[in-house]
Design a protein around this ligand. Structure first.
Ligand code: HEM
Length: 141
């Protein structure tokens, strides 16, 4: 279940960008970033980077995470659905636990089928959402 949740969050991260403000001037080689600069980290683009994930980056392949999230891509920083560093999401464990509990309860009771009316069109409206909803047919087990 971890691998499936991780791969879902890689392809459809709730937050597609993460931002930081530079507190004091930082130098990267010849590049100087002044204090106060807003830096946007494109989480979605990084999680779709073939150099990090391979040429099958667009495929849903939970087995990428079989050796853990830190080893799924070339750099461990290429998987950041909950952000990173001291301001990383404080709800990470709570949200992941809730996801597992909800999924377990549903999967114990129902088999799931994607409705033929489903149209795959994810969109970013603050968070990532299915543009036309996600109609699912539930059959009691
Ligand atoms: C799947 C569910 C969730 C996702 C994908 C998510 C994702 C994120 C991301 C990307 C950030 C920004 C981290 C950064 O800037 O490095 C964040 C921050 C935060 N999240 Fe979540 N989050 C989720 C659920 C929750 C829940 C359930 C809570 C509270 C119970 C929560 C509370 C927070 C708080 C308070 C921050 C700000 C942390 C700070 O600035 O120090 N999140 N979250």
């Amino acid at each position: 279940m971890n691998m499936i949740i991780n791969e879902t969050q890689r392809l459809y991260p709730a937050a597609t960008i993460i931002s930081r403000q530079v507190r004091r001037e930082v130098k990267f080689g010849k590049l100087s970033i002044p204090s106060g600069t807003e830096v946007v980290i494109p989480a979605l683009a990084i999680q779709y980077d073939p150099q990090q994930w391979g040429t099958d980056v667009h495929l849903f392949k939970p087995e990428r995470f079989s050796q853990g999230a830190m080893n799924a891509s070339k750099s461990p920083m290429a998987f950041i659905p909950f952000g990173f560093g001291p301001r990383m999401c404080v709800g990470l464990n709570f949200a992941t636990l809730q996801t597992k509990v909800a999924l377990s309860m549903i999967l114990q009771r129902f088999s799931l089928l994607l409705s033929p009316s489903y149209r795959h069109a994810p969109i970013t409206r603050v968070t990532t959402q299915p543009q036309h909803g996600a109609p699912i047919i539930l059959n009691p087990l």
